[in-house]
Ligand binder design. Structure first.
Ligand code: GDP
Length: 138
């Protein structure tokens, strides 16, 4: 169990103007922001980030959508951060997500589900390293 997780606010949620509200929810949930960046992924970068899903039928759609506009990437700190954040954002499909969860409030569909959250301590480190070097962490 680690105290770090990685999140992205996905392009549709950024484009719809939800960045501030989602960052506020993250803080209100007791997650401390350790690093923060706004950027747009190329298709190659989005493909590499989601390479684990490359055999899945939605992979092309996922890569297109994740590279379609700017995202906001962040490293978050809280006790048992990976599980705590996954509980906080809700189920992958916003329609099935817990009431008042980030995905329920700001997700539009299973593809545009507002935010990413790491699924393991190991991936939290890999994903944090994908976006942030040591000088960008606080
Ligand atoms: P997560 O850990 O809850 O983000 O879910 P997964 O690791 O299973 O999937 C990664 C991302 O792929 C999800 O956040 C969704 O945006 C997307 N995704 C998963 N399942 C589907 C699907 O059936 N259709 C589409 N279009 N996207 C999906």
């Amino acid at each position: 169990m680690s105290n770090i997780t990685f999140t992205m606010i996905k392009p549709a949620a950024v484009a719809d103007g939800h960045t501030g509200a989602i960052l506020a929810m993250i803080s209100d949930g007791g997650f401390k922001i350790k690093a923060l960046r706004m950027l747009q992924l190329s298709q190659a970068e989005a493909g590499a980030f989601y390479a684990v899903h490359r055999e899945r039928p939605f992979y092309t759609e996922l890569v297109e959508s994740m590279s379609s506009g700017p995202i906001v990437a962040a490293i978050l700190e809280k006790e048992d951060a990976v599980q705590a954040y996954r509980d906080y954002i809700g189920a992958t499909n916003p329609a099935e997500a817990r009431e008042d969860s980030i995905r329920k409030l700001y997700g539009k569909s299973i593809g545009d589900n507002a935010v990413h959250g790491s699924d393991s301590d190991e991936n939290a480190i890999i994903e944090s390293n994908f976006f942030f070097n040591t000088m960008d962490r606080f």
